[in-house]
Structure formats: C-alpha cells, structure tokens
Design a protein around this ligand. Structure first.
Ligand SMILES: *[C@@H]1O[C@H](CO)[C@@H](O)[C@H](O)[C@H]1NC(C)=O
Ligand SMILES: *[C@@H]1O[C@H](CO)[C@@H](O)[C@H](O)[C@H]1NC(C)=O
Ligand SMILES: *[C@@H]1O[C@H](CO)[C@@H](O)[C@H](O)[C@H]1NC(C)=O
Ligand SMILES: *[C@@H]1O[C@H](CO)[C@@H](O)[C@H](O)[C@H]1NC(C)=O
Ligand SMILES: *[C@@H]1O[C@H](CO)[C@@H](O)[C@H](O)[C@H]1NC(C)=O
Ligand SMILES: *[C@@H]1O[C@H](CO)[C@@H](O)[C@H](O)[C@H]1NC(C)=O
Ligand SMILES: *[C@@H]1O[C@H](CO)[C@@H](O)[C@H](O)[C@H]1NC(C)=O
Ligand SMILES: *[C@@H]1O[C@H](CO)[C@@H](O)[C@H](O)[C@H]1NC(C)=O
Ligand SMILES: *[C@@H]1O[C@H](CO)[C@@H](O)[C@H](O)[C@H]1NC(C)=O
Length: 445
C-alpha cells in the first residue's frame, strides 16, 4: 500500500532521522507530511528531497536544529511549508521562489539570519509569509513585483531589520495583516506608503525605532483604510498632536494599542471611535482626569490606563451594566522610578454599581482611595477580580464578598484598616492568591 498522507501526532517519537529514512524509501508519493509538535530533535535529512510529490510539509513546533538542506527547495509542489518554532539556523536561499507553488511559508521563531530574500515576493500565489522572531538583518527589500501579489499576511516582527520600509510595499494590495514590529527605520516613518493597502484589517507597528522622529497618529488614522480594525503602535514614539476632525479618522477601529508611546494628554479623538472595544493607553505620561466620554463609548469593554499620571475621573462610571474590564490605575507607583508623577487617584469609589452589574474586574490598586468598599459590589455577581491593594480604604473586613460566586482573585494588601485589623491574614494574600483558598476562612467566620 502506498502512503500518501501521514500525520504523526505522537510526542513519543524521538527517532526522527531513522523514521525519516524509512519513510523516504517507501513513500515517494507522499503528499502530506506533518510532524507538527512531536518533540523531534536532530536535523532535516537531505533525503527529504526524494519526497517530490509533497504538497504540505509541517515540521512546526519541534526541537529540530541546523540548516535546512538545499534539497528541500527542490520540492516544487509544496504549497504549505512550516518550519515554525524550532531551532533552525542559516540563511534562506535567494532562489526560494523555486518553490513556485507556495501559499504558506512559516519560519517564525527560529534563528535564521541574513537578509530576507526579496524573491519571496515573486512567488505568485504566496498568501502568508511569517518570518517573525528570527535574526534577519539588513534592509527589507520587496523588489520589483510584476504580477499582482496575493499576499494577505506578512509578519516580519522581532528581527534585526533596519532601514526604511520600502515604497514597493504599496504593491502588496491584498494585505490584510501586516506586522513590522521592532523594525529599526533609523528615521521618520512615512505612513503614506500604506495608502494603497485598502484591505488591511490589522496593522502592527509596535516598538518601531524611528530614533527621535515620532509616528504621526493623525496621518495613520487619515489613511483610507476602511477595514482597519486593529492598530498597534505600542512602544513606538507616537505624536497625537494635530489630530484632525473626527469624520476623517478611521472610526471603525475596534482595538487600539498605544502603550508606552510617550503620550502626555488623554487622546480626545478616541471619543469618536464608536466601535472601539479595547483601548490600551498604559505606560504613557497622561496627566489629568479620565474624561467622562470614555464611559459613554457604546462598545468599550476594556480600558487599560495603568502606569500614567492620572489623578481622577471627570465623572465616575455610573452604569457599568455591560461587561467591562477596567484596569485603571494598577501599579501606578511603579512609574515613580522613571521620574513621572504617581497616579494620585483620591476620593471614594462611588456606591453606584447596579444590582445587575456585569463588572468582571475592578482594579484600582496603588492609589489613595478612601472610604468604604462600595456595598453594591455585592450585586456584581460576575465579578472575578477585585484589586484594591495600596489604598486608604477604611472599612471592616469585607466578609460579604464571600457571596460572589465568580470571584477568584481578591487583593487587599495595605488597605489602611485591613492592615491594622487583620495584618496576618491580609499580608500573605498576593496577586497569586486565589480566593478559593481565602474564601474558606472567610465563609467559616
Ligand atoms: C534519496 O536521495 C538521496 C540524495 O539526496 C539519494 O542518495 C538516495 O539514494 C535517495 N533515496 C531513495 C530511497 O531514493
Ligand atoms: C535538486 O535539484 C537540483 C537541480 O535543480 C539537482 O542538481 C539536485 O540533485 C536536486 N537535489 C535533490 C536532492 O533532488
Ligand atoms: C520593474 O519592472 C518593470 C516592468 O515590470 C520595469 O519596467 C522596471 O525597469 C523594473 N524596475 C527595476 C528596478 O527592476
Ligand atoms: C543587528 O544588526 C547590527 C548591524 O546591523 C549588528 O551590529 C547587531 O549585532 C545585530 N543584532 C543582533 C541581535 O543580531
Ligand atoms: C534606535 O536606533 C538608533 C540608531 O540606529 C540606535 O542608536 C538606538 O540604540 C536604537 N534604540 C533602541 C531602543 O534600540
Ligand atoms: C502641529 O501643528 C503645529 C501648528 O500647525 C505645528 O507647528 C506642529 O509642528 C505640528 N505638530 C506635528 C507633530 O505635526
Ligand atoms: C514603558 O514604556 C517604556 C518606553 O516608553 C519602555 O521602555 C518600558 O519598558 C515600558 N514599560 C512597561 C512596563 O511596559
Ligand atoms: C507592581 O510594581 C512592583 C514594584 O513597584 C512590582 O514588584 C510588582 O511585581 C508589580 N506588579 C505587577 C502586577 O506588575
Ligand atoms: C475610619 O472610620 C471610622 C468610622 O467609620 C472613623 O471613626 C475613623 O476616624 C476613620 N479612620 C480614618 C483613619 O479615617
């Protein structure tokens, strides 16, 4: 019987080389070979070149090492090749486009080095290229693309690539997902080169080193990218000055990541993002109060505002009747070491959480909140996480929280009165302490 399809799922096989020799001797017509996640060690033997009918070859998630034998690049019928998450090293050959039927090439999370062969972009039906998390270096070259590129997903993040993004990226008009994180452009990033990428849904430009230049967020959001729903500029220097009127902005954004972007004022334009579901503005130097409009964004489920210099709310969230995760001021004290003022959130938490509130997480650690814990929290039956650590709450021990069925993480360290009254107990609870264990003594009392 001839083997045409072989999946090996077991994690027990370690005899990679041996298994392989047997295979290539008996199964020349093999079309699918998947060794994914088998804990294989060793190198790919050059006899792989004998399996000339292979369409799908998946070596992903093993412990394979060494260079890729050149014989592998003779397998011209391959449409999908995954080498992801191994310890492969060496360079990728310039004639990689001899694999002219490739749809998917995934070499992510290895130790490949050298330049990214520009010939990748000449493979006519390539739809997905992932070279992220390797040691590719030098400038990115896309070359002269003649026919229409079918590339939909391009991931080059976490490499050592330097220099500007080539203008020819604008020819990759079918890109849906583009991740160029950790690129060192060594200068300003002209976002105009993305103008023609009208299918983009996710653009990730995090930790781009533009030296002293800032990425102009207004220019990014003014691009005619009607499908863009995820924008990640975390860790890159971003300018939110001169944001133009709301109508021209990419108002269909759903996720916006602007963590560690050097932003100093609460970005007002967010108020026009009617579909926004998650915002990360953590680790900036945002001063002043949380604007009242934030709570009125109809789809907002998660706002991450920790590590800033925020000192209060314009208005407390009154109706938290939808699922909302807020990590507002968590660990604000950590920023003092960077010379930025602490978040000094003062005042009381309002007792306004409705009886049918769907709040899942309330995280207001490291502030100066005083008063009592809002008793209405006992109506938040979905509450999973409550962090009040390092505040000035003056209350008796909240045994009543024991009635919340989903609560599994409760952090009350150095809440003013808890500490003096229940020192032994409260101090050994930490962020890792699950309430399952803590609740037992709670309910017994
Ligand atoms: C497989 O290819 C190698 C050359 O790479 C050759 O020496 C060997 O004889 C081939 N084996 C079979 C079983 O065809
Ligand atoms: C790969 O193809 C080249 C010619 O393109 C040939 O010289 C070589 O023998 C082939 N290697 C294998 C292992 O088939
Ligand atoms: C790119 O290709 C076009 C035609 O497809 C040709 O006219 C042009 O000279 C090429 N440019 C380079 C730099 O090779
Ligand atoms: C990155 O590339 C530069 C030269 O462009 C080199 O000096 C440096 O060692 C490389 N870093 C790594 C981690 O490969
Ligand atoms: C950014 O790039 C410049 C110039 O290449 C380099 O001197 C600097 O160390 C880089 N910064 C980071 C954080 O890598
Ligand atoms: C914002 O606009 C002002 C005045 O028009 C200009 O001086 C400044 O350079 C602009 N800032 C940015 C980041 O474009
Ligand atoms: C915060 O952002 C700075 C750059 O602005 C970065 O160096 C630092 O690692 C970030 N810290 C965290 C906790 O993300
Ligand atoms: C909060 O910051 C302290 C140091 O200030 C650090 O030890 C702790 O791990 C941080 N916790 C979290 C959850 O980041
Ligand atoms: C704590 O609250 C009690 C009354 O509930 C009050 O007598 C006491 O002064 C408060 N302590 C502090 C430090 O605010």
């Amino acid at each position: 019987m001839e083997v045409t399809l072989l999946y090996i799922w077991t994690s027990l096989i370690h005899l990679f080389q041996g298994a392989f020799q047997t295979l290539s001797a008996t199964s020349k017509h093999l079309k699918v070979l998947s060794f994914s996640d088998c804990k294989f060690t060793g190198k790919i033997p050059s006899s792989i070149g004998n399996l000339s009918h292979l369409n799908i070859l998946d070596f992903g998630y093993n412990n394979l090492a060494g260079e890729i034998p050149t014989a592998l690049f003779n397998l011209t019928k391959l449409s999908s090749l995954s080498l992801a998450s191994n310890h492969f090293t060496g360079t990728l050959p310039h004639n990689i486009n001899s694999l002219s039927n490739l749809n998917i090439f995934n070499a992510a999370s290895n130790s490949f080095f050298g330049t990214v062969p520009s010939t990748f972009f000449n493979i006519p039906c390539l739809e997905s290229l992932d070279l992220g998390d390797n040691q590719f270096s030098g400038p990115l070259e896309i070359g002269n693309i003649s026919s229409m590129s079918k590339l939909q997903s391009l991931v080059l993040s976490k490499n050592n690539l330097t220099g500007p993004i080539p203008r020819s990226i604008s020819k990759l008009v079918n890109l849906v997902y583009l991740d160029l994180s950790y690129l060192n452009t060594r200068g300003p990033l002209d976002v105009g080169i993305f103008w023609h990428l009208k299918s983009l849904q996710q653009l990730t430009l995090s930790h781009i080193n533009t030296t002293i230049a800032r990425i102009d967020l207004n220019a990014v959001l003014s691009l005619p990218l009607k499908s863009l729903s995820i924008l990640d500029l975390s860790g890159s220097h971003v300018s939110v000055e001169n944001m133009s009127s709301v109508s021209t902005l990419s108002s269909q954004l759903i996720y916006l990541f602007l963590s560690g972007c050097g932003i100093t004022v609460f970005p007002e334009f967010i108020s026009s993002l009617q579909y926004i579901s998650m915002i990360d503005l953590s680790n900036n130097s945002i001063k002043g109060q949380v604007p009242a409009w934030l709570w009125r964004l109809p789809e907002l489920h998660y706002a991450e505002l920790s590590y800033n210099a925020i000192n209060g709310f314009k208005e407390f969230p009154k109706d938290v009747s939808r699922t909302m995760m807020t990590d507002l001021f968590h660990n604000a004290s950590a920023i003092s070491s960077r010379g930025v003022a602490n978040n000094h959130l003062t005042g009381k938490l309002p007792d306004v959480y409705l009886n049918d509130c769907n709040l899942r997480s309330l995280n207001v650690g490291h502030n100066q909140l005083a008063g009592k814990l809002p008793r209405s929290l006992s109506g938040c039956s979905s509450l999973e996480v409550l962090n009040m650590e390092h505040n000035r709450i003056n209350d008796t021990f909240p045994f009543w929280l024991g009635s919340l069925p989903e609560l599994h993480l409760l952090v009350l360290r150095t809440c003013y009165r808890f500490r003096t009254w229940h020192r032994d107990w409260v101090d050994h609870w930490s962020l890792d302490a699950f309430l399952q264990t803590a609740l037992v003594p709670l309910q017994r009392s």
